[in-house]
Ligand binder design. Structure first.
Ligand SMILES: Cc1ncc(C[n+]2csc(CCOP(=O)(O)OP(=O)(O)O)c2C)c(N)n1
Ligand SMILES: [Mg+2]
Length: 345
């Protein structure tokens, strides 16, 4: 008899599979609108996650969303939406309006932070969040070891997940964080979203190895490369990494191969370093189209249902935009809030 290996995603319900689809779609439509708003001169800056959504949604669904610690990077729109950030919260950050959750509208957009959802905001220098996330994982393990928390208690954070691009793994902080995670067998996952470019610098000019995942050996952590345009393949790899972390078996370095479908940001022109044919080919292999076909082949997505999802996404994007446009800017008098410590006289 041929050997069949069950994949964790085999046991996902139709409802969950469609929920994953919803977040990929919602992220894509919000992202597209953001580019339009930028071109209309309504917002100053946008940095896109298009092409990375499947990897991010696959990862989000493998963790305990809203409870486990997540330290995302700027491309993680789909990840944070799947964790519970709302389209309104995202648009408030684009417009820099009152109610923005990461920094009360002080930060650049896409520097996700959300106390309610255990999402920690990062600063702009890439990879600086890696030692911080490893430190959070250290605290989790320390609390288990000292009996302060129970590793089987799913109401508590049981791992720290951080994301970054492959180019950012050239930074010293990445190596320090990974080493720390390996030495202390931390419940820590680093998800590297490898889109082959660090702005204009291609992969082969960033490192002399052929995958990021093989660097895991140097830190004594589990390393694996996965097709990040395949939401279920990413979910499977992430699910196993998450279970290892929860069981106290240590850290993982997961490399999800993606393609950035847009320029690096609204300030970049990628025509100077990427051939158009390469971009067009990646668009044909787009994660959203691939997952739609997969769902359709299995009878889970019909033309009617797809139209319903599109209408729902459109309504959510419109609502978020109108909400952010109507919201006030932070009051001038609040400019020093959270800058200086406050002491009771
Ligand atoms: C320490 C540091 N150096 C340079 C930059 C400017 N910068 C911002 S994003 C970026 C590219 C990062 O590429 P990668 O890690 O591959 O992530 P991607 O943007 O491709 O998802 C650079 C160089 C920065 N933010 N921080
Ligand atoms: Mg990159």
């Amino acid at each position: 008899m041929p050997e069949t290996t069950a994949r964790p995603s085999d046991s996902l319900s139709a409802e969950t599979l469609l929920e994953m689809y919803w977040y990929i779609l919602l992220s894509r439509r919000l992202d597209e609108r953001s580019w339009v708003l930028h071109r209309q001169g309504k917002i100053a800056f946008h940095i896109s996650g298009m092409g990375h959504e499947a990897a991010q949604v696959g990862a989000a669904f493998a963790i305990h969303r809203g409870v486990d610690h997540v330290v995302p990077y700027y491309r993680d729109l789909a990840l944070v939406l799947a964790i519970g950030v709302t389209p309104r919260e995202f648009m408030l950050s684009l417009f820099g309006k009152e109610g923005e959750t990461s920094s009360k509208a002080r930060q650049m957009p896409s520097h996700w932070g959300n106390r309610r959802l255990n999402i920690l905001s990062t600063s702009s220098p890439v990879a600086t969040q890696v030692p911080q996330a490893a430190g959070m994982a250290f605290a989790i393990r320390y609390n288990w070891q000292t009996g302060r928390t129970d590793p089987t208690d799913s109401s508590q954070p049981r791992l720290a997940l951080t994301c970054l691009g492959e180019g950012s793994t050239s930074q010293g902080e990445w190596h320090e964080g990974m080493n720390w995670a390996g030495v202390h067998k931390l419940p820590f996952i680093c998800l590297v979203q490898n889109n082959n470019y660090a702005i204009s610098v291609p992969f082969e000019q960033q490192m002399a190895v052929s995958t990021v995942a093989q660097r895991a050996t140097a830190y004594g952590v589990h390393g694996e490369t996965v097709d990040g345009t395949d939401v279920l393949a990413t979910y499977d790899v992430m699910f196993k990494a998450v279970q290892r972390a929860y069981r106290g078996e240590g850290a993982s370095l997961i490399e999800a191969k993606c393609y950035r479908l847009t320029p690096h940001s609204s300030d970049d022109d990628d025509r100077s370093y990427r051939p158009r044919e390469e971009v067009e080919e990646a668009k044909r292999a787009d994660a959203l189209i691939k997952y739609e076909s997969w769902l359709t082949e299995r009878g889970l997505l019909t033309a009617t249902l797809k139209a319903e999802y599109e209408a729902r996404a459109r309504a959510a994007v419109d609502d978020a935009q109108h909400h952010a446009e109507a919201a006030p800017y932070p009051a001038e008098s609040s400019i020093h809030d959270d800058v200086y410590a406050e002491h009771a006289e």
